[in-house]
Design a protein. Structure first.
Length: 381
């Protein structure tokens, strides 16, 4: 999972650890950190995290959105991440014109532009073992929100439109770029950048690792966005049961923790009473013998063929709160497609009807974890 820098810092190039060097914070991708360095597996029969057909048994942690029809209202979800590889078949027809909000020196292309593709594998700063995971991270996150079903990669709301905004690359990111990306995604003006013609109703932030307290500048922006009716969803973070960090700890941000397929909080997930919702994030395989025993999320991604050429693929390899967050973003998009007038305050008041208990954990006696469980009757007006 990408990590955001301190207020005056630039994130260093990727590392597979979550260690910290002051005043710079190391960037890490969830699927490669610690126990999250799990093997990718071939695609299974269906995305267990979405639920099952009426005749089949669903995973205990499935969000049960499978089979819920979208409403008639269009919804735009911004994916602020490492960029998106637009030619993946599972994202065909779902992408709006996005933007690369990275500025120099973090931008290997030199400056901001409308090219939101991730950095090439051979780009400067892309020599670490994390480079491939960073390159495909945004594509994988996007597919969990609005995958069109090709290669059996199905998003929670396959009709949602995705707005890709690149905020992190092989050379890291800056806090300024993140704030500008959030503003641009929301349709607010950003100096030197054309106004976004497709403002997002939802901003997905599958990144973590900032300050233990939300900075005034980030909190002020979140306040501005929520007042505008924009939902901000953030991964709780992969800090192995420590408290929330930015951006998930900002008031008004919907922090999403990760549970396994059998409704237990994953060991890598942040643990904090301020986390209002958990969703499947995947992890180590379970010894259940059931379809969800794989315990990894189906994502649209890329790998290398025998000759070292990059190719589009669909794999069960999503692991981390980075991948739990887009399930919640997709759910909100599905909800808004039926009830477009709803605001963030409405979600918080109505959220309990879409939640179910998660197995409690002794380490956090004040936590009351709840998992996402969609309902067609409650989604509709």
């Amino acid at each position: 999972m990408p990590a955001i820098p301190p207020p005056s810092g630039l994130v260093k190039r990727p590392s597979t650890s979550f260690t910290q060097s002051a005043p710079m914070r190391t960037l890490a991708v969830l699927s490669l950190a610690g126990v999250l360095a799990l093997p990718a597996l071939g695609a299974s029969a269906s995305p267990w995290h979405l639920g099952a057909s009426p005749a089949a048994q669903a995973a205990p942690a499935a969000i049960n959105s499978l089979g819920i029809d979208a409403g008639p209202h269009p919804v735009v979800v911004a994916v602020l991440d490492s960029g998106v590889l637009a030619d993946h078949p599972s994202l065909k027809g779902r992408l709006l014109p996005g933007y690369d909000m990275l500025s120099a020196p973090a931008n290997t292309r030199g400056a901001r532009s409308d090219n939101y593709a991730p950095d090439p594998l051979d780009s400067r700063c892309a020599q670490s073992s994390n480079s491939r995971a960073i390159r495909t991270h945004g594509t994988e996150v996007a597919s969990l929100i609005a995958g069109n079903g090709a290669n059996n990669v199905l998003g929670v709301h396959p009709q949602a439109m995705l707005l890709p905004v690149r905020v992190i690359g092989a050379c890291g990111m800056t806090r300024r770029d993140l704030l500008d990306a959030m503003r641009w995604a929301a349709g607010l003006p950003v100096e030197g950048v054309a106004l976004n013609p497709h403002p997002a109703q939802i901003i997905n932030l599958s990144l973590a690792g900032g300050s233990a307290n939300c900075s005034p500048s980030l909190q002020a922006l979140v306040n501005q966005l929520t007042a505008k009716g924009i939902f901000v969803v953030a991964a709780a973070g992969n800090n192995f049961q420590k408290p929330l960090q930015e951006p998930a700890n900002c008031q008004g941000v919907l922090a999403v923790g990760a549970i396994d397929a059998e409704n237990r909080i994953e060991v890598y997930s942040a643990l904090d009473p301020r986390t209002p919702i958990y969703a499947p994030g995947g992890g180590k395989s379970l010894q259940s013998g059931l379809p969800w025993g794989i315990n990894k999320l189906r994502v649209a991604t890329y790998d290398l063929d025998f000759f070292g050429r990059e190719r589009a693929n669909a794999l069960d390899r999503g692991v981390g709160t980075s991948f739990a967050a887009p399930l919640v973003s997709g759910f909100i998009a599905l909800w808004l497609s039926h009830q477009p007038h709803k605001k963030p305050a409405d979600l918080m008041s109505e959220l309990p009807q879409f939640l179910r208990p998660v197995e409690p954990i002794d380490k956090c006696v004040d936590c009351q974890p709840r998992g996402l469980a969609a309902s067609a009757d409650r989604l509709k007006p």
